[in-house]
Design a protein around this ligand. Structure first.
Ligand code: BYC
Length: 483
């Protein structure tokens, strides 16, 4: 018997979904492919398309040795369709169909709901590539430039993953949705991406690292929730996507960590004890910690909006249907039905923020958001704040309150400071510059964004990484710029 996890690399589209045995699907994907390549060229990384980049490519789906590294021109990257190995006899783990065999085909009654979840997930993938398309020109090193492109090609592969599901399981409307995924565009006035945060700009490398720390982590949580799905192809797709996603969060976590490290070292060398002495710190050509806090405030609050409303019948319906579970659903020791359970949610009542227990089914977005916050908090403590503490500075990066700077849900209509104190519109107007990056802050960061292109070189505002990619030495030429 052939190995069910083996990847077919011979055709135009690497895959382990038996594309050769499904000519209808293969034709549909091959028809979509040229438009995809046009999208990549027009709205993917600006420039660098002819340069060789040291990239990781997925070549298998086993936990060991699933990727290989090598120099590739980005348009020639082997974007494949890869599903994690099937779990024998897999059962639906939650909701009204708990205990029934997992679906191998779309359950008719939930078709629209399932399609919507896949389309929303799919829409975020090209969106992030579009948001990051100008960054290559200001990369602080070849190492970082390569990491940017790695994130980009893998997000684009995640688009393929969702397009596969749409084309294979949703017929004509799936094909139309696949086209739409290439025609919406981040920040476009007429045809924007579906979710708010994916229409924001990523103007500089600090934003990129914050985005990969905060927003890719939403990706992790949502993919985990979808990997629990009773629709088995979605579950298997998301499980494999999670393998790649870990590196994206590493890029953000270590990227901000390296900026903090450089700032702390520069402050020490200059004899600066007060990290809030912004002018003196900036004069050293490094990013001051309070500006990093403001950027964290912005990216965290934008990302919280991606979890939807606190109370959501959409989320309850998706859970009940067995389509979208909780984070690590299969490790939770309850009945996985939640019909009689409640969950605490922060709500706005008579002008005060209060905790209220609501039916657990309608609070599933909140539960995922709480798991997200705990995950983000632990990353900040273990990495960023540890670097600051080790350097001997009395300063901590903190997550703002969930009511701060929100556009979706319970707190969209009010203003709050990062501690969760409610502010009048006038107070917010007067004080928001203290909490969020100002034009002057952004201008300062922009002034630091000068490319460093010699192998082993790094911009003044960021420390080198502890180790190279794939064990490569410090002066490795990750992107070959001279042709
Ligand atoms: N912006 O019941 P509600 C990633 C809409 S990131 C605009 O409150 P629901 C990645 C909502 O669509 C992970 N609209 O929320 C990261 C609904 O509209 P309809 C992406 C919003 O549905 C970095 C209405 O408001 N994956 O992978 O329970 C780089 C009421 O919705 C927003 C997913 O999100 C918003 N922020 O939850 C690359 C997973 N929020 O349907 C990639 C799939 C809500 O009434 N998506 N609305 O017209 C979902 O599970 C859900 O759609 C959401 C929203 C969690 C997004």
């Amino acid at each position: 018997m052939s190995d069910p996890t083996a990847v077919d690399y011979d055709g135009m589209i690497p895959n382990n979904v038996g594309l050769n045995a499904d000519p209808r699907l293969r034709r549909a994907l091959e028809r979509w492919h040229p438009g995809y390549l046009d999208w990549w060229r027009d709205r993917g990384p600006e420039g660098f398309q002819e340069n060789l980049v040291y990239l990781r490519t997925a070549v298998g789906v086993d936990s060991e040795g699933w990727a290989k590294f090598g120099f590739v021109r980005m348009p020639e990257y082997r974007w494949g369709i890869l599903l994690a190995p099937a779990v024998e006899d897999r059962k639906i783990g939650f909701g009204a169909h708990k205990g029934e065999p997992a679906w191998q085909e779309v359950p008719g009654e939930y078709r629209a709901m399932l399609r919507r979840l896949i389309v929303v997930q799919g829409d975020t993938e090209p969106a992030s590539v579009e948001q990051q398309r100008h960054l290559g020109h200001t990369a602080p090193s070849l190492y970082d430039l390569r990491n940017l492109f790695q994130v980009n090609v893998e997000e684009a592969r995640h688009l393929w993953a969702m397009v596969y599901l749409l084309q294979k399981y949703f017929g004509r409307d799936g094909r139309e949705e696949a086209e739409e995924l290439l025609s919406r565009c981040s920040g476009d006035r007429d045809s924007p991406r579906l979710l708010g945060a994916f229409n924001e700009a990523t103007p500089d490398w600090l934003s990129f690292f914050m985005f990969t720390f905060f927003t890719d982590r939403d990706g992790k949580m949502q993919l985990h929730a979808l990997s629990q799905s009773g629709f088995d192809p979605l579950s298997r797709t998301c499980r494999f996507m999670l393998t790649e996603e870990a590196h994206h969060m590493f890029v953000g976590q270590s990227g901000v960590g390296r900026i903090i490290e450089r700032t702390c070292a520069a402050m020490r060398a200059a004899g600066i004890d007060d990290p809030t002495d912004i002018e003196r710190v900036r004069a050293l050509g490094v990013v001051d910690l309070p500006t990093m806090q403001k950027k964290a405030n912005l990216h965290f609050s934008l990302t919280l909006d991606l979890f939807g409303s606190e109370i959501s019948t959409n989320a309850a319906n998706a859970f009940n249907a067995g389509l979208k579970g909780r984070y690590l659903e299969d490790q939770i020791g309850d009945d996985h039905l939640l019909v009689d359970d409640t969950y605490p949610v922060l709500r706005l009542k008579s002008g005060h923020i209060v905790a209220e227990r609501v039916p657990a089914l309608s609070a599933l977005n909140m539960r995922l958001r709480d798991d997200y916050i705990a995950d983000a908090e632990s990353g900040i403590e273990r990495w960023w704040n540890r670097i600051i503490a080790r350097a001997g500075f009395d300063y901590r990066i903190r997550l703002p309150h969930v009511a701060f700077n929100r556009r979706i849900g319970e707190f969209a209509a009010i203003h709050a400071d990062p501690d969760g104190n409610l502010l009048s519109a006038e107070e917010w107007q007067r004080r928001h510059d203290q909490f969020l990056p100002t034009t002057a802050d952004n201008r300062f960061i922009e002034s630091l964004m000068r490319p460093v292109t010699e192998p082993g070189g790094f911009a003044s505002w960021i420390a080198p990484p502890r180790a190279g990619i794939d064990g490569q030495p410090g002066n490795f030429e990750y992107v070959k710029l001279a042709r």
